[in-house]
Design a protein around this ligand. Sequence first.
Ligand code: HEC
Length: 147
Amino acid sequence: MTMRKMPLILSIAAALAGTALAQDAGKSVWQGVFTADQADRGSAVYAERCGACHGAALNGTGEAPALVGGEFVSHWDTMTVGDLYDRVRTTMPQNDPQSLSREDYADVLAFLLKNNGFPAGAQPLDRRSEVLATIGITAEKPASTGS
Ligand code: HEC
């Protein structure tokens, strides 16, 4: 008897999974997920709190890795902006983690995205990790971003 119910449950699960995938596919760093103003604010935060270690041109110094270029982007390829945000928020600045406001972390992230060649748009990056977790990072521009 319960066997009759199984296919229904499975098809609901499949439908839900399909919805989640469709949403994931719908948002990407290639779609303008931060504003130019936000990246400008992030530039000041970067200079004050990050540049001493990561370099004024973001290309790294000593132990601190470059935050621009192919190696950086391929490291984060297939992850989300939320992953990068949480990584930065919880571990950076390395000598004083979690010392910035969420807004400043979002701004500095916008600055990093801009410097890696991702386009600015109309909406600022959100301050909430769970919202940023819906934005995928891909090194290659997807063919179907529709923008
Ligand atoms: C005191 C030096 C120092 C400061 C200041 C600092 N960092 Fe770092 N950062 C490091 C070091 C060293 C590493 C590599 C070790 C590690 O991964 O924790 C690192 C790693 C990173 C990574 C990981 C890179 C990757 O591809 O895995 C990111 C992103 C990052 N830092 C961003 C920032 C941002 C943004 C700021 C400013 C808010 C900042 N850091 C400030 C030293 C620093």
